[in-house]
Design a protein around this ligand. Sequence first.
Ligand code: FMN
Length: 210
Amino acid sequence: MKKTALVLILALTGLGLNAQNIKLPEPQKDGGESILKTIAVRQSDRSFKDGDISMQDLSTILWAGFGYSHGDKRTAPTAMNRQDISLYVFTEKGIYLYNAKDNTLELIKKGDYRRDTDRKNGFAGKVTNIAIVSDLEKFDVEKEHHRANIFAAMSAAYVSENMYLAADGMKRNLGTVTRYAAHQEKEVAEILNLGKYQRILLFQTVGYKK
Ligand SMILES: Cc1cc2nc3c(=O)[nH]c(=O)nc-3n(C[C@H](O)[C@H](O)[C@H](O)COP(=O)(O)O)c2cc1C
């Protein structure tokens, strides 16, 4: 019996099905408002009910932000198709890295760090936040520092806009705002244990509107 359990654990670990990871529901790819009407109502929201968004809605927001659309194509463009963006999700339970290929959340750290993304304004501490991170090494940052930073910021902006459109178009009472991450970047990069050239460009706050 013990041997069977051990084999099962090893098999699951080998498959990447770590117990700490969360399998997300399939993202919603249909329904909601039309894209043009959604553009017409897009706006930033800063007044939310306390609490994280559901896994279903999170899955859709993450997929819209930087999931796979068809084949190896992503839902947002990146310069030279370097696909430099990673999305880190801050929830009450912990911080997770979005694995778009597997549609999973990989646990980075247990605990509630949502407030650490929002020392300044105070409205984002009790809802879901998504750090939009670019890996500047994908843009030859040592040689082309300025260009790498511009490309990273542009990638992040496309991802953020996709999340705005998903939130505002899903008809699920979601609200969102993008926030410049510079004020907290150093502190949050340490929490996430980011590499030297991984930059947090924006925090996307997502919650249910009051
Ligand atoms: C690069 C960027 C950084 C932003 N940073 C913040 C921020 O730190 N805090 C915030 O509340 N809103 C932030 N916003 C949201 C803007 O304030 C908002 O988009 C603007 O006021 C226009 O409002 P709208 O999005 O409702 O059209 C940011 C937007 C962008 C594009």
